[in-house]
Design a protein around this ligand. Structure first.
Ligand code: SF4
Length: 321
């Protein structure tokens, strides 16, 4: 498991104190979503990655843990199941996880960095996802080649566009196909994302005009100060300023809709967390160490959710849901 890099910063008010000041607590609501993080192996090593995923990471979900996850989803039905990584495409046996989970939920989502679809041995996956009716959520930081490559590495734009075209050819992102292709963009530096609505209009225009590529929706999120992004903030002298910017934009109205209130996240080794960020920081579900195989039902409503300074990234401005 990734070692915790989170530490409440002395330069800002503790997140728990900010909640208290607004008369709020972060407690679990009814759980509707199962997130499955199949591991930290990835073909990219992006500067903003809170999990520090990359080509040299060996932590991936075993077939046994996949079966335990499928059994849990069968015991406790979820309205949505969200498979993420790393790059899920690169995890051996991912096909079994997709086909095992698809009949158990009305909404199966798989996250991709797009580039991973072009790796040898995974050419069959887009068609498999289409057959399973899975929605695809793809990271796509920018239509600007320089910005995208600064964040994700040389050649990433060409690979991303090739993968988007391939998905469009299968019907993904096309009106009326029922095959959702959403894009996720995050800033390339220590600043907050632009307005989602305007960014979506601009990206839609740019991608269609330059490459003939279409998509369903764009979501813009702030980078979370954990893992590789936190280290970059520290090394570049931006940590304090970034945390202050996030905390200064704290919006209490985002708290009722925070994803940690309705989601349970399973790590590659089967242990459970309230969200992917608490997973990265090693803070277990409700502050406890629990394994998916031992979960008889949904996590109890009302349990307090562990927080830290990175929670400001979810609650700044219009939030991260
Ligand atoms: S990082 Fe975000 S999703 Fe996770 S516990 Fe904090 S507020 Fe909730």
């Amino acid at each position: 498991m990734t070692e915790s890099l989170a530490q409440s910063s002395p330069c800002i008010e503790a997140f728990s104190r900010a909640l208290e000041r607004c008369g709020l607590e972060l407690r679990r609501d009814r759980t509707t979503t199962l997130q499955v993080n199949v591991g930290f192996l990835c073909d990219l090593a992006c500067r903003h990655c809170h999990l520090e995923a990359g080509p040299s990471r060996t932590e991936i979900m075993t077939p046994e843990t996949m079966e335990e996850v499928i059994a849990y989803a069968s015991r406790c039905r979820f309205q949505a199941i969200d498979i993420t990584g790393g790059a899920p495409e690169l995890v051996p046996g991912i096909e079994r996880l997709v086909t095992g989970l698809a009949p158990l939920t009305p909404r199966l989502i798989i996250r991709t960095n797009l580039s991973a679809f072009l790796n040898p041995g995974v050419a069959h996956l887009p068609e498999l996802l289409r057959s399973a009716g899975a929605a695809i959520v793809a990271s796509f930081p920018s239509a600007n080649v320089g910005q995208a490559e600064a964040q994700r590495g040389h050649g990433i734009m060409e690979r991303s566009i090739t993968a988007l075209k391939l998905l469009n050819d299968l019907g993904y992102g096309r009106d009326g196909s029922g095959l959702e292709l959403d894009l996720v963009a995050n800033p390339t530096g220590a600043f907050l994302p632009p307005s989602q609505c305007e960014a979506e209009q601009k990206l839609r225009r740019d991608l269609e005009r330059k490459y003939g590529v279409v998509f369903s929706h764009l979501y813009t999120f702030a980078n979370v100060p954990l893992g590789r992004f936190r280290r970059w903030l520290e090394d570049s002298g931006n940590l304090e300023g970034y945390l202050q910017r996030l905390a200064g934009n704290f919006n209490p109205a985002t708290v009722p809709g925070l994803m940690c209130r309705a989601l349970v996240s399973v790590a590659w080794d089967g242990h459970l967390y309230d969200c992917d960020f608490n997973l990265a920081a090693g803070r277990g579900l409700g502050g406890e160490r629990r394994h998916v195989a031992d979960m008889a039902c949904l996590p109890p409503e009302g349990t307090l959710i562990p927080t830290d300074d990175y929670c400001y990234a979810c609650t700044a401005g219009s939030g991260f849901t």
